[in-house]
Design a protein around this ligand. Sequence first.
Ligand code: ZN
Length: 499
Amino acid sequence: MPINFIPNDPKASGGPPIRQKTPRTNRPATVAGFNYLAHKPAALHPLGDPEFLFWQSREAALAAVATYETLAGKKVTRWARSSPIRKLDLLPDDGTDLNAYYNGDSLNFFHYKTGTKTTWSGASTDVVAHESGHALLDQARPDLWDSSYPETNAFHEAFGDCMALLTAFADPATRTAVRTRLRRQNFLEATAEDLSDGVRRALGASHPAAQPRHAHNTFKWALPTTLPTSGPPNVLSSEVHSFARIFTGCFYDTILNILRDRIGAAKTPTAAQLGDAVRTAGKLVVRAAAEATETTRFFQSVGQAMVLADAATNGGANHLAIRDAFQKHNVALGSSAVLAPVAALRGAASTARGALTRTAVTDLRQRLGATPDERMVVTAHAIAGVRVVRATHLRHVALGKLDDRLKGVVALASQRVLVGAVNKTAAILGAMPESTAGDDEVHTFVATLLAADRIAFAGTSARYGIKSALRKDTRLRLPTHVVRRVGGTKVLRRVRFAC
Ligand SMILES: [Zn+2]
C-alpha cells in the first residue's frame, strides 16, 4: 500500500507537493537500521495523523541513509554508540518541543502547538535527514562527538544540512523542480521551513532559529572567537547552527561551480547533469568528512580533504570548483600543504603501520605540553590514499572563568598531529596545533552553550529537559551537554545533538 509522503518540508514553497509512494523496505538485520514504535500498516494516512507521521519520518530516515550509502560506496553496518549497535530508535513524536535530536541511541522528533497550528518536526524530510546526518557522521567519525571546538561542532550541524540537501537532490521530482532556480534562494537550499516558522510564531522573529537556514548564502568565514555568541537569523554568530551556514554555503557553491565548469555558469542543467554534479560533490564531502584531520579550523581541513579526494579519484577535475566555493566564503584551502613535512621528530620512523616509537611519542608530548594525566592516542589513518599516523592529544581546558557552575570543570580539546615517514625519520606533516588558540576556541564554544542554555547542571534535566526562563516558552528543551565525573576529573560531555 502506498503512503502519503512530503518529499522536502511541509512548508517548502515551490517544491514537489505531497505525493503517494510505496514505502521503502526495512533494512536487513545485518546492517545499521531503526527500531520502530508500534504502528499501523502502510496506507494513505492523512496529514496530522500519528500514522502519517510514523510513515513520513520512517521514509525520510531511510532515504537519508540510502543517499549516504550511495555516496560513501558502502553500507552503514553499525551506528556509533547505540545499544544494540545496529539499531537507532526512531521516535516520530517524543513530546513537546520545537526541535529534533540525535542522542546516540535515537532520533527524536516533537510537536509544538501555537494557537491552532501544530508543528511536527518529524514531518519534515529536511529535519529527519538532518538528524540522520548527525548519526551518519557519528558512525564515520565517533571522535568528533565530544569535540569542544566551535568549528567542529558547527561542521556536525553543516553535515546534517548537507545530508538534507543531498537527500532532497536524490529525489528525481525534486531535481526537476529545482534545476531552473539553483542560483537563487529556493525550497531545496532552505532547510526546515516549517519548524523555523513554528519557532517564529512561538518565540518571535528575532529568535536565532526563526528563519530557515540557507545553503545559498553570502556569509563570510571569520574566527568564531570574534563573533557574537548568539544573534537573530540574519547575523552570523558562533552558535553552531548559525556558523554551520559557512560550510553548507561552501558545499552548495561547490555543486554550482562543478556545473559552471561542466556546462557554463549561465546554463540551466538537465536533471541528469544536476544529479551528476551533486553526486560528485556529495562523494567528496562524505569522504572528506571521514578523513579530514580535526583542527580548530575544521572547515578548512574538510575542504582540503575534498580537494585531495578529488585529486585521488577524479584527477583533480573539480579542484577549482571546490577552491572557488570555499574562497567565496573566505575559507582559504591551500590543500597541497596538508601532507607536507614541517618538522622531524626525534627517533626513527616506526616500521609498524599506525605506530610511533616511544622516542617520537615523548617528543610529541613535549612539543604539545602534555601533562602526565593527559592521554595521547595513536592510530593508523589515510588521507586520499596516503597512509599516515594520527596522534591525538586530549588537552584539558579549564572552564571555571566562564561560569561559577563550571568551577573545577574541564573540556577536552583534541590536538591532532599527522606523522609520516620522511627518509626513515618520523616527521610532523602539515602543521602543529596551536595550543593557546585552541583554548580560546573551547571557551567560545562553551560560551555559546551557556548563552543558549544548553548545559544541564541539575541531574534530572539531562533526561527531562531544561525549563526556559521565559514564561511564554513552554518547551522543556533537552540539553546537549552535561558535566560528568571521569576518573577524578569533572568533564563537560556531549549527550545529544539538537536540530
Ligand atoms: Zn543538528
